[in-house]
Ligand binder design. Structure first.
Ligand code: ARG
Length: 283
């Protein structure tokens, strides 16, 4: 085929694809590709999957000490590795504050967010989610001396509570418990520090993260058998994806999630991550 003709045909194809997009008229981010490129194709073309995460939530994501700075590991990172492998691209993990992750996603700084994120209705307005890869539960940590004082949600209401800023735990405290006098801090270690400094009485967070923190710090204990109502104990986790032309990509990730759950491989990933945390502590 003549070079010129080939070029003309290619142009024609672009025109057809572009015409197909008319009326969908959503503006995409700064990524160099055109609007009709599927998200998965875009990632394949760039050769890299960029994942945003807030590495303060062991065993899901945390920093490993002594391995040089900026090393983020955990069950969510393993999940990210599998996705990158499936897409045949490299993986880049970007550690960020939890409350900046959705903006980073919508502005195209990262391709996906994996950070134990709960697919709630508010977030669904601005981003899409995969299926749930892990049905987590919420827990409560307190100073050891208070552990027997808390039995119910009503007891919680009497305390100065701490939650991660922008988290579903914050939504729970605000909307379900109808509290306004709580403290929302950027990271989980900040919350723990604040509790040690007696500024807050209790922290609501994932129960596995709660266990790990109580093992790490002597003065902290997990409240046992607290009665949660109004769904306060649920903490489902899914992967957040920017809206627009992402169906193929989400389908791919959903298939992977399904496989990892059916084969119980996900349980193994999580157990390994818990082991990795305890190995860290021993150092
Ligand atoms: N599941 C909660 C949420 O979506 C908390 C997630 C916190 N994750 C983290 N890496 N700190 O808001």
């Amino acid at each position: 085929m003549k070079k010129g003709l080939k070029k003309l045909m290619a142009l024609g194809l672009v025109a057809v694809l572009a015409a197909g997009m008319v009326g969908c008229g959503k503006k995409t981010d700064s990524k160099k590709t055109s609007e009709n490129t599927s998200k998965l194709q875009e990632i394949k073309d760039s050769g890299k999957l960029v994942v945003g995460t807030s590495p303060d939530y062991p065993p899901f994501e945390f920093l490993v000490a002594g391995k040089g700075s900026g090393d983020i590991v955990g069950a969510d990172i393993e999940l990210a590795k599998r996705i990158a492998k499936e897409a045949g691209v490299e993986l880049e993990i970007k550690g960020m504050d939890f409350d900046t992750l959705i903006p980073a996603l919508t502005s195209g700084q990262v391709d996906i967010v994996i950070t134990g994120m709960t697919p709630d209705e508010t977030r669904k307005k601005s981003v899409d989610f995969t299926d749930i890869y892990f049905k987590g539960k919420n827990g409560v940590i307190v100073k050891s001396k208070d552990v027997d004082k808390i039995k119910s949600e009503d007891d919680l209401k009497k305390l100065k509570l701490g939650v991660q800023k922008g988290s579903t735990q914050e939504t729970y405290v605000k909307d379900q418990l109808k509290m306004s006098d709580y403290k929302a801090l950027v990271s989980v270690p900040d919350l723990v520090m604040d509790m040690k400094n007696e500024n807050i009485d209790a922290i609501i967070l994932n129960d596995k993260v709660a266990n790990i923190n109580s093992e790490k710090y002597k003065g902290i204990k997990v409240v046992k058998n607290i009665e949660f109502t109004s769904g306060g104990d649920e903490e489902a986790m899914a992967i957040a994806v920017k809206k627009g032309n992402n169906k193929e990509f989400i389908d791919m990730m959903n298939n992977l999630i399904k496989k990892l759950n059916e084969t119980k491989e996900y349980d193994k990933i999580l157990a390994d991550a818990v082991d990795l945390v305890s190995k860290q502590e021993e150092k």
